[in-house]
Design a binder for this molecule. Structure first.
Ligand code: ADP
Ligand code: MG
Length: 202
């Protein structure tokens, strides 16, 4: 088998985790050895389970550092699948290519952009998921349904952005990535309805 990098990207609720789970199940049914990873910090559904918003579940190894992928990688593994890739640090760029060069399939899903609409930066880095997308052999950009509603009328267009709402209002460009104490929520939005007050150039 030839190695390759496959990226599944898009906003929240676009079906990235569902698609990752589908591909893992597909390879397993075909008799391939698959190892599945997720970042430990993302513990919304318990540490060792990837769960989609449709409530599909898959067992995963929850790891703190990207290097744990190489430390735990088994020789016989054909496919490495990683969810929420944007929460790792930039060494994932090297590791994805390293795994592909070993003749394995590296499949990762992650957000295309942050709440500002900018390419999602890896942890403590200026390098972004855009770089991994550019290095991939296959990229699928998924979309959700825009849930913006005005006067009771739903937009319903293809949503490619993630809207962050803080205390009921669109989050401003300058707001911190993590806000302690504020009630925050995320919605899928189309380009027109992705609102970022204070965005430079707007
Ligand atoms: P992601 O990993 O990209 O966040 P998931 O695979 O976890 O996506 O969930 C996708 C599911 O989210 C959809 O199949 C649907 O049931 C649900 N969902 C919730 N809100 C929306 C939305 N605005 N548009 C599309 N699907 C949505
Ligand atoms: Mg997901």
């Amino acid at each position: 088998m030839h190695g390759r990098i496959e990226i599944i990207t898009g906003p929240m609720f676009s079906g990235k985790s569902s698609e990752l789970i589908r591909r893992v199940n597909r390879y397993r049914i075909a008799g391939y050895n698959v190892q599945v990873y997720k970042p430990l910090m993302d513990n919304r559904y318990g540490t060792d389970i990837i769960a989609s918003h449709d409530n599909e579940k898959l067992k995963a190894i929850a790891i703190r550092s990207v290097e744990d992928i190489l430390f735990t990688l088994e020789e016989k593994t054909d496919v490495v699948a990683v969810d929420e890739i944007q929460f790792f640090d930039e060494r994932i760029l090297y590791i994805a290519n390293e795994i592909a060069s070993k003749g394995k399939i590296f499949i990762a899903s992650g957000l295309n952009t942050d709440f500002r609409g900018e390419p999602f930066p890896f942890l403590n880095s200026k390098r972004t998921i855009a770089e991994l997308i550019a290095q991939a052999d296959r990229v699928d950009l998924l979309s959700a349904v825009c849930t913006y509603t005005e006067n009771g009328i739903k937009c319903g267009c293809e949503a490619t952005k993630t809207q962050r709402i803080v205390d009921g209002e669109p989050a401003s460009y300058a707001s911190a990535l993590v806000l302690i104490g504020a009630s925050e929520a995320y919605e899928a939005r189309c380009r027109k309805h992705h609102l970022v007050p204070g965005r430079p150039g707007k």
